[in-house]
Design a protein around this ligand. Structure first.
Ligand code: UD1
Ligand code: CA
Length: 465
């Protein structure tokens, strides 16, 4: 039994040339989380005591993403290959007591349970170097596992160095290597670059260890969905599809209904309560929390928003940074912008935009309104087309509306302004002064009918000539 805490080395310095991107490959998101952060998360799930990231290409961008994480960073200034990358962690981990797990930073779908099996293989003492492998129907692009006649692992041969017979091998290396720091760094320092790419291949450690009589064991996964390494945008889209399906299945097991899980776009950092029903074509982005018994209709895009129980989000709504209490109904085609706070039983209808505003319980804004920088009480009716005029071209001001206020259709409330509780605003009013409790404010031109005007203007009959 090898004792000691686990240390994780994440190799994330590669250029990711095949992505053709100004963003480092490991920062491309898969279901809202950068590929590299999937690996950091895995390290946490495995209880890794130390996580070391090897960064290089796009170093500043990668550092920024890791800034708030408990991750140590080492720099590989030239990308000379995966063995060279892993060696950069030597100064930090040379004296590490427990096992060191070196991992590709470009496998967002790895599962913790698979790595626990790998750790078991190592910890139960049968392996001094344990590597993760899988049988692939189409192994193209991956390093092949070459075994001796007794079945023991001899070496890994990379695609570019493989002859036709080797290319037939379907057992592939998945880019995760577990050993003591002593064995790992000792073997790494012996790796050369005499190969098709003139790179220092981490995979050569396997042959070096085997030749030194060290016990090399494999641990495998038969779940092909977790094996994908992302090297291109095609693989990125495939990883996203697999992860999304995995997330949907998780939430289905938790009691959420998806009418069509393959047409629902879910990020990792999303929570959904039981008996919520998600229609096709819904996008739930990071930071979204949805309660139970909700209905989320097609075309809704929801990000960083909290939704209470029994809410109904109708088709084509865009919710960003909003908070909804219980039984709130929104849409169709409504836009809730950051710091929108809707209390219980609020109703927000079609073509309504709200930002930085609080609406009290039972308040309704059913059609075509804009509410910005406002504090609206309970039981308020915002008539069709009524808006807050919150911006004078220079600064923003608040509109305060008390409880049970009735704001007539097509009113303009020019902020800063306060409408006290129980006040009524006549339709079409432009309000720029306080309206007292219980008053009716009418602020529009009085109607004047000019009798007989058409006939005088156009002559008798129908006025056409
Ligand atoms: C690697 C393995 C291959 C395995 C495959 C699984 C090697 C030589 N080959 O191939 O056997 O089947 O992963 O996906 O290791 N990196 C650095 N510095 C470098 C080069 C790479 O940090 O100098 C990082 C990359 O950012 C990436 C990881 O190492 O996260 C793997 O590198 P990549 O070039 O993608 O290796 P593969 O060709 O996929
Ligand atoms: Ca790769």
């Amino acid at each position: 039994m090898a004792s000691g805490d686990l240390a994780l080395v994440l190799m994330a310095a590669g250029k990711g040339t095949r992505m053709r991107s100004s963003l480092p490959k490991v920062l491309h998101p898969v279901c809202g989380r950068p590929i590299l952060m999937h690996a950091v998360q895995l390290g946490r799930e495995l209880g890794a005591r130390r996580v070391v990231a090897v960064v290089g290409s796009g170093e500043d961008q990668v550092r920024e993403v890791l800034a708030d994480e408990d991750v140590e960073i080492v720099v590989q200034s030239e990308q000379l290959g995966t063995a060279h990358a892993a060696l950069q962690a030597r100064a930090l981990l040379e004296d590490h007591e427990g096992p060191v797990l070196v991992m590709n930073g470009d496998h967002p779908l790895y599962r913790a349970s698979t790595f626990n099996d790998l750790l078991d293989t190592y910890r139960k003492g049968s392996a001094e170097l344990a590597i993760l492998v899988a049988e692939f129907p189409n192994p193209t692009g991956y390093g092949r596992i070459v075994r001796n006649s007794d079945g023991s692992v001899a070496r890994v041969i990379e695609e570019d160095d493989a002859d036709a017979a080797t290319k037939e091998i379907r057992e592939v290396n998945l880019g995760a290597y577990l050993a003591s720091s002593e064995l790992l760094f000792q073997c790494l320092s012996k790796v050369g670059n005499d190969n098709a790419k003139s790179e220092y291949y981490l995979t050569d450690v396997i042959e070096i260890a085997a030749q030194e009589g060290r016990r090399v064991e494999t641990s495998s996964t038969d779940d092909w969905t977790e094996t994908l390494g992302v090297n291109s945008r095609v693989e990125l889209a495939e990883a996203e599809r697999l992860m999304r399906r995995r997330l949907a299945e998780y939430w289905m097991r938790e009691g959420v209904s998806f009418v069509d899980p393959d047409c629902t776009y879910l990020d990792c950092d999303v929570e959904i309560g039981p008996d919520t029903r998600i229609e096709p074509g819904v996008t739930l982005k990071s930071g979204t929390r949805i309660g139970s018994g909700c209905r989320i209709d097609s075309g809704a895009v929801i990000e960083n928003t909290t939704i209470g129980d029994d809410c109904w989000i109708k088709p084509q709504c865009w919710l960003e940074g909003a908070r909804l209490a219980a039984r709130v109904v929104v849409g169709p085609s409504a836009h809730l912008r950051p710091d929108t706070d809707l209390a219980d039983d609020v109703r927000v209808g079609n073509y309504v935009e709200i930002k930085n505003s609080r609406l009290g319980p039972g308040t309704k804004a059913d059609h075509l309104s804009y509410l910005g920088d406002s504090d609206v009480g309970s039981g308020v009716t915002i008539g069709c087309g009524a808006i807050t005029v919150n911006y004078d071209g220079t600064s923003k001001s608040r509109t305060v509306i008390g409880d049970r206020v009735f704001v007539g259709c097509n009113s303009n409330l020019i902020a800063p302004v306060e409408i006290e509780s129980g006040a009524y605003i006549a339709a079409g009013s432009t309000i720029n002064k306080e309206v007292p409790d219980g008053a009716l404010a009418i602020a529009r031109a009085r109607q004047r009918n000019i009798e007989g005007w058409r006939d005088r203007r156009f002559g008798k009959k129908d006025g056409k000539d």
